[in-house]
Design a protein around this ligand. Sequence first.
Ligand code: GLU
Length: 416
Amino acid sequence: MELRNDMSAFESVMWFFGRAAKHLNIPKEIQELLSHSWRELTVEVPMRMDNGDVKIFTGYRVQHSGARGPYKGGVRYHPNANLDEIRALASLMTWKTAVVDIPFGGAKGGVQCNPSELSQDELNRLTRRYTDLISHLIGPTRDIVAPDMGTNARTMAWIMDEYGQRFGYNPAIVTGKPIELGGSYGRDAATGRGAVFSLGEWARLAQRSLQGNTVAIQGMGNVGSWIAKLVGSLGCKIIAVSDSKGGVLLRGGLDGEALANHKRTNGSIADFPESENISNEQLLELDCDILIPASIDSVIHHENADRIKAGIIVEGANHPITPVADDVLQKKDVIILPDILVNAGGVVVSYFEWAQNIQQFRWEEDRVNAELSKAMIKATRSVYERAQKENISMRESAYILGVSRVVKTIELRGFI
Ligand code: GLU
């Protein structure tokens, strides 16, 4: 496949996959198998709005590979959710679960809607309808759902309840659910916490001090806000953050905890005291040491890649850098901690939650965080060491690790 500026999300992930497949020289038929989803379902979801009208929403569940275990992945509620994007995100889950070596495959779901325009009652009805329509594909040992953009613990509670009404009580059908319903301590913070563990371990291995390093974070959703709260533990200083409505800059340093509180009470981080308002585009191009895109995909692309000034990029979001931009940044020697490594903490703790549900036993938060730290450190070390040894980027190294593990299970199963 040729590198192009206008590659779709799935083409982009496949480009990274293809490069690793070539490096590993994997058999043609396995390459062919992994270049497509195993199964894709598109559903029309009719929903009665609060005003009595009926609206039809389009939903998806894509299962990319189940070679390493049950399919696993979140459900996204977003106006731009479409089949290509969900397919890309499902395949990223396959590589991500393999990189951190948890026994799951990769899947993703989504509903094309704007959750901020729907009431809680409407979201509840939409979620139940969507769950019914995909219920024949999911299951605690088949395909386990989790939150993603636009969904949260409450959405998972509705999915669990609806699924339970059909098939009986089974909390292991979803992860990222409320603690009261069998959720895991530490799951909410896990993606952000895992990213901070991974960045800390990379710095230790690369013998780089992060003390006083300036950080800009794009996105103050679940991932960005937890990174903002925790990244100070590495000695870094947050100078800018943004959400979908815009960003704020304060060279003297922003307090992550105060930012998260401001966002909670005001619905946005705009007008945070003493700071200067900036746009999302300006945030990406700021003069800073560490840039953390933690919102939507493809925000760093062929038009802005050469204007990025950060020396380190931590991919809190899934697929925030297009392949062409990745190439530009690589040539500028920018260090990129790739999504399939650095944002895997969420699914790692999803695995712990699922295991706790199956054992009907709850772990203390300290244990969850200690096991998460172990998993992130181990994966970061493997990715870093190969990258050093073979003089390749950490993205290439992570894909090689993930793809080789998936291929190994396909061969062991002997199903082709
Ligand atoms: N949506 C998260 C991700 O993209 C978590 C998925 C999960 O826990 O299954 O990694």
